[in-house]
Every structure is written in structure tokens, then in C-alpha cells.
Design a protein around this ligand. Structure first.
Ligand SMILES: [Zn+2]
Length: 282
């Protein structure tokens, strides 16, 4: 089965390199990424760009899809938004629009929780206008933050409800299904025609850690309850959050959570529909 990984990370960030090392058993490099793609028949991957600019961390990989001198055609990106820069000047918006003109930029990514702004704050309005203009979805980090310095009231999935009602013609993606607020995310998917969710990053760890969680009934049921309640498998997107997990065991984990008749939608068709700029994997 062909797979689109709708949520992964790949940059020169020292933090990510360290995370990958701590997880172990995966090679955080272009070669390592390609090997995992091939092994699991992943035909396209969407890299969530960070909102940091002009730092070493953002001497980003995907700029020209060239990573470590290797060209990887099946990588796309969502351009990260820095709300603090949006307030300061027009430069941030110009940058976002420049990125959106590129074929490889298939969406926009917001990081509430890591930045202290609600997604319905008026500072984001010009960004949503760009989403409309370029017909790209807005992926929104939701739920837990990796850093204890994150502020969770901003990343709660319920904040997306008002936004989705206001912008009926923009597609929003609740990243990580808002974990641990899975039920809130499920209600939003069920209620709003323009709200989707990705199932990336529901757990982090190596094969053994994933297997332990897979055998933890209550954790599995926590996620399945939301999936079953929403009953909108046409709006659930597969994503890994690599390098927080190895791809193969994580794919197995998500397959385990989702009834088989919905696999083609969740692992491929839904992403193809939402990220309509994706060309590969036809
Ligand atoms: Zn992520």
C-alpha cells in the first residue's frame, strides 16, 4: 500500500538530532530517511518547517529539496509561521507567500502552545487569507508540547472550533489529534466540514516502546474512542512525527488502531485530497 506521511520533521536542528539519538535505532539523515521511506512504500512526506528563520537551525533541508547533497523529490513542506514576526513587520508575510508560490510548499503550519497566541487571534488573519489564495490547508500543532515551557491553553484543539466556523473555506488540520484531548478533536472533526486531524506523534519512542504502548489497552482505547466517536475516517491523515518514532513500527501501530477498510483513505487518499499540491505517487 502506498503511503503519504503527512507530518514529519527534518532539519539541521540540534534538538531534533538529539531527540533522534535518544530514541535510538533510527538514522536521522537523508539516507536514513530514504531507507525508511522505501521500506514502508512511503511515496511522499510532508516536512513541518519550524517558524525560526535565519538561524543555523533553519538552514533547512527542504529549501531546494536537497539534503546532504542528495535530492529527494518526494519531500514537501508546510511553511511555519512565526506570530511574533507577524506583529513586527510585513516581512514574515512576504516570506510565507514566497514559500507558498513554490510547488513543494503544500501547506502552512502554526505552533500555538509554543507561541503564546490563540489561533483565532486577529494577527493570523492575513495568513488565513494566504491559505485561501493558494488553496492550501493550515496544519495546527495541538495538544501536548514537547517543552515544559509550552502553554497548553493555546494548543488545546477546542480553539480551532471558532476558527473553522469563521473560515469555512479554509481546511484546518489538528495535528497529533490534539493528544491527550482526543475527544475534543474528534468532536471538531465530526462537527466541522473543514477540520481534519493527523495521527502523528500519538506516541514517541523506538520499536520496543511502541510495542509496549500497543499492548496498553487503555491507551489504545483512548485513541480509538475518538476515532470511533468521530467516525470520519475520510478526515484522518497518517503522519509519523519522525524522527520521534521509527516509521515501520509506527505505521503498524496506526494500522492496529484503524479498521482495515479505512487504511487506504487514512494512509494515502485523505492526504492526497487535503494537500492537493502533492504531485508524486499518482
Ligand atoms: Zn511534529
Amino acid at each position: 500500500m502506498k503511503i503519504i506521511d503527512a507530518h514529519l520533521h527534518f532539519s539541521n536542528s540540534e534538538g531534533l538530532k538529539q531527540t533522534a539519538q535518544n530514541i535510538g535505532q533510527l538514522e536521522y539523515s537523508a539516507a536514513g530517511l530514504c531507507r525508511e521511506f522505501k521500506k514502508s512504500d512511503i511515496v511522499a512526506g510532508i516536512v513541518m518547517s519550524t517558524p525560526r528563520r535565519n538561524t543555523d537551525e533553519h538552514s533547512d533541508y527542504v529549501k531546494e529539496r536537497v539534503i546532504e547533497d542528495e535530492k529527494i523529490d518526494c519531500l514537501y513542506t508546510c511553511v511555519g509561521v512565526n506570530p511574533e514576526e507577524l506583529i513586527k513587520s510585513n516581512r514574515e508575510l512576504v516570506y510565507i507567500e514566497e514559500e507558498l508560490r513554490k510547488d513543494m510548499t503544500v501547506g502552512i503550519k502554526l505552533y500555538p502552545g509554543y507561541t503564546p497566541f490563540y489561533v483565532y487571534d486577529s494577527i493570523y488573519e492575513p495568513v488565513y487569507d494566504l491559505a485561501k489564495k493558494y488553496r492550501v490547508p493550515v496544519a495546527i500543532h495541538c495538544g501536548d508540547t514537547q517543552s515544559p515551557l509550552g502553554i497548553l491553553k493555546y494548543s488545546h484543539p477546542l480553539n480551532i472550533d471558532e476558527l473553522a466556523v469563521k473560515h469555512q473555506d479554509v481546511t484546518f488540520i489538528i495535528c497529533h489529534m490534539g493528544v491527550p484531548w482526543i475527544m475534543d478533536a474528534a468532536q471538531l472533526i465530526a462537527k466541522n466540514h473543514n477540520v481534519y486531524a493527523d495521527v502523528s506523534g500519538l506516541i514517541a519512542g523506538n520499536e520496543e516502546q511502541i510495542s509496549n504502548i500497543k499492548n496498553t489497552r487503555l491507551y489504545v482505547e483512548l485513541i480509538q474512542q475518538g476515532l470511533v466517536y468521530a467516525n470520519r475516517y475520510d478526515k484522518i491523515l497518517y503522519g509519523s512525527d519522525w524522527p520521534l518514532v521509527q516509521m515501520e513500527p509506527y505505521i503498524d501501530f496506526i494500522k492496529y488502531l484503524i479498521p482495515e477498510e479505512h487504511h487506504e483513505n487514512v494512509f494515502y487518499n485523505n492526504a492526497k485530497k487535503v494537500f492537493s499540491k502533492i504531485k508524486s505517487g499518482d
